[in-house]
Design a protein. Structure first.
Length: 125
């Protein structure tokens, strides 16, 4: 990270990013997708929430007893790892769908241009 930036340039950069996200969110034509840009932030937030939940689950088990505490001490990290895998696969699936959409869009535009230039002939038998 560059530490030479003045506070004004940092705020300006932050404001530009906020405006870019707002422009995407308020795009009523839906020509650009906002999800691929926000998915990293949502993934990080979900991981932070999972870490806090796993830690609180580990220590809450000791309230009911030592055996329960030992059980949650072992199972909370396992549950966290399972959630981590599930969240990562879900994010990758979402991004794969958007990448497929990005790859198909030029093909559909190309097909539309060909159909406009060459209308299908209807033959009557």
């Amino acid at each position: 990270m560059n530490t030479d930036q003045s506070p004004g340039s940092v705020l300006s950069s932050l404001w530009q990013q906020i405006r870019a996200v707002l422009d995407l969110v308020l795009d009523l034509s839906f020509k650009r997708f906002v999800t691929p840009r926000l998915v990293r932030m949502l993934y990080v937030l979900s991981l932070l929430a999972a870490v806090f939940y796993a830690i609180s689950w580990m220590f809450s088990g000791f309230k009911t007893g030592t055996l329960s505490g030992m059980f949650t001490l072992i199972t909370a990290p396992v549950a966290f790892l399972l959630y981590l895998i599930f969240a990562r696969v879900t994010v990758e699936l979402i991004l794969a769908i958007f990448r497929i959409a990005d790859k198909i869009a030029p093909l559909s535009e190309e097909a539309a241009e060909k159909s406009v230039g060459n209308p299908p002939s209807h033959q009557v038998p």
